[in-house]
Every structure is written in structure tokens, then in C-alpha cells.
Ligand binder design. Sequence first.
Ligand SMILES: [Cu+2]
Length: 147
Amino acid sequence: MEAKGGATTAVAVLLLLLVVVPEACRAERFVVGDAARWTWGYNYTDWVIRKGPFFQNDSLVFTYDPPNATTHAHSVYLMRSLAEYQSCNLKAAKLVAGVMQGAGSGYEFVLKKRKPHYFVCGERAGLHCTAGQMKFVVKPKSSACRD
Ligand SMILES: [Cu+2]
């Protein structure tokens, strides 16, 4: 009887901990595309749906090889608007990480602002964005734990 009561108490404490410490309180680090990394032809919109939701102060890590004889060069740009994102129009886009910055452990972008982030690859004048599917939108949610 006593042992059963102890087990019940342990379960109650565990449940309390789960309620008090929600998972979203921790900032997380995501490697964009996981094993596929940042590359031509991968569906990053699906990746975002699988990995989300994202929270403020989470970080996205872009890893890609520097230009060489066997791989395409890649880069990371932020679009200013949904329209520019949809059309892959890079004229007003902001360079976030150049072709060399994805090497090694990659380029880490911290999602500091609670606004839509329109990420695209800017190579080949937008071709990697249009035909290569190298684009995705992330809108971090706020978390009471981080405010
Ligand atoms: Cu690219």
C-alpha cells in the first residue's frame, strides 16, 4: 500500500514538472533541411511544416559547401515582402550569408523577431529559388517563457 502511494506521488510530481516546464521554453537549434542541408531541389516548405512551430530565439543553421567543381554555390537571402518571396525577385533582398559562409558548422541565424522571415537562395539570379525550391517562410511564435 505504501509503495503504491509512493508511485502515485512520483507520477504526480512528474506531471507537475511537465506542466511547469513546457518544452517551448528552450530555444532550439535547427539544421535547415537536416541531412539534406541547404541544397537544390529539396522541399523546405515541407521541412518547415514538419519541424514547426518555431519560437523566438530559436536558430536556423544553414550548411552548404563553398563553390567547387562538383557542387552548386548557394547563399542565403531574406526577402522584404511576401510578393518578392513568391516571385523570387532578389532586387531588394538582403544578403544574410554568402557562398562561403555555409562551410564547416554552417551559418547560424537567430530568429529574434516575431515577424515572417522569407528565406531564399539567391544564386543564379533567383533560379535556385524558383526552380530549385530553395525557399521557405518561418514566423516565430512568442513564448511567455522568453519575454
Ligand atoms: Cu542555391
